[in-house]
Design a protein around this ligand. Structure first.
Ligand SMILES: Nc1ncnc2c1ncn2[C@@H]1O[C@H](COP(=O)(O)OP(=O)(O)OP(=O)(O)O)[C@@H](O)[C@H]1O
Length: 258
C-alpha cells in the first residue's frame, strides 16, 4: 500500500467550519485526494471553496472534522508539526499576496520560509543555494529577467507567476491554488494554468485548485469536487458534470458560459 500510486495524499473527513458570528461555511465535507491528482474545486461565490482550501493548511481552523495529509493529522498537529506540514503545502492566492515593494526575487525567497510573515524575508539572509534555487523557479515560470524588479512593477499575470515560483520554492508535495486565475485577464488564465499543469504532471505535485470556469476544469483537472452552500454536492470526473449536475452545483438559474 505504502508505494501504491493510488495512495491518498489527503483525507478530509466530516469537515465543518462555522465562523464566529455563526456563518456555516462548510458542513460535513468528505473527500480524498490521491497523490499526483489535479483536483478542481468548484461552486458559486460564497459556497466555501476558499474556506475549504484554507482549512487544509489551517490558515483557517476547522470547527470539527479531521484532515490527514500524508498519513499525518493536520487537525491534531502541534504548532511545530503544523510548521513541518505547511512546508510541504504551497499556496497560490487569487490576489497574489506579494510584498509589493519588495523585489520579485525576495518574494520568491520568502517561500523558503513557509508561511512566515513575508516581512521576515527582509531581515533574513538567504544562502547562495537558496538564491540559485529561487532563480531556477523564476526561470521555470519564464520571468528570471524580472528578478530585481519590484513586485508591483509587474503585470497581474507576471505577479501570479511570482506567486507560483514562491510556492515552488517550498519544494511542495501539494499546491493549494485559491482561484489562481480569477483576478487575471481570461486570456492569461491558460498561461498560469499551464504552469500548474506542468508542476503537476512533470514533478508529480498534487494540485487542488478552485476555479470559476468549467472550460478550465475540463481542460486541466483529473477530478472535480463541487460545493454548494458549504456542502459537497459532487465528486467525480469533469465529463460527468451534465446539465442536471450543473444545476445541482450552481442552482437552477445558472447558465453555462464556458
Ligand atoms: N472570515 C470570515 N468570517 C465570517 N464569515 C466568513 C469568513 N470568510 C468567509 N466567510 C463566509 O463563509 C462563506 C464561504 O466563504 P468562502 O470565501 O469560503 O467561499 P468561496 O466559495 O471561496 O467564495 P468566493 O469565490 O467569493 O471567494 C461565505 O458565506 C462567506 O461570507
Amino acid at each position: 500500500m505504502e508505494h501504491s500510486p493510488q495512495k491518498n495524499l489527503l483525507e478530509v473527513k466530516n469537515l465543518t467550519k462555522v465562523y464566529e458570528g455563526g456563518v456555516k461555511a462548510l458542513t460535513d465535507v468528505n473527500f480524498n485526494v490521491k497523490k499526483g491528482e489535479f483536483l478542481a474545486v468548484i461552486g458559486l461565490s460564497g459556497s466555501g471553496k476558499s474556506t475549504l482550501l484554507r482549512c487544509i493548511n489551517r490558515l483557517v481552523d476547522p470547527t470539527s472534522g479531521t484532515i490527514i495529509f500524508n498519513g499525518q493529522s493536520v487537525t491534531g498537529a502541534t504548532d511545530e508539526e503544523l510548521r513541518m506540514i505547511r512546508r510541504k503545502i504551497g499556496m497560490v492566492f487569487q490576489h497574489f499576496n506579494l510584498v509589493s515593494r519588495s523585489s520579485v526575487l525576495t518574494n520568491v525567497l520568502s517561500g523558503r520560509l513557509g508561511y512566515a510573515n513575508p516581512a521576515w524575508s527582509l531581515i533574513n539572509r538567504f544562502s547562495d543555494e537558496d538564491i540559485k534555487f529561487a532563480i531556477h523557479q523564476l526561470e521555470r515560470v519564464g520571468i528570471a529577467d524580472k528578478a530585481n524588479y519590484r513586485a508591483d512593477e509587474l503585470s497581474g499575470g507576471q505577479q501570479q507567476r511570482v506567486g507560483v515560483a514562491r510556492a515552488l520554492m517550498q519544494d511542495p508535495e501539494m499546491i493549494l491554488a485559491d482561484e489562481p486565475v480569477a483576478s487575471l485577464d481570461p486570456v492569461l488564465a491558460h498561461s498560469i494554468m499551464q504552469y500548474l499543469e506542468e508542476i503537476n504532471k512533470k514533478d508529480g505535485v498534487t494540485v487542488l485548485c478552485s476555479l470559476h470556469f468549467l472550460d478550465l476544469v475540463h481542460r486541466y483537472s483529473d477530478r472535480v469536487i463541487a460545493l454548494n452552500n458549504g456542502q459537497l454536492v459532487f465528486d467525480g470526473l469533469p465529463k460527468e458534470i451534465d446539465d442536471n449536475k450543473f444545476k445541482e452545483i450552481y442552482g437552477k438559474d445558472a447558465e453555462r458560459v464556458g
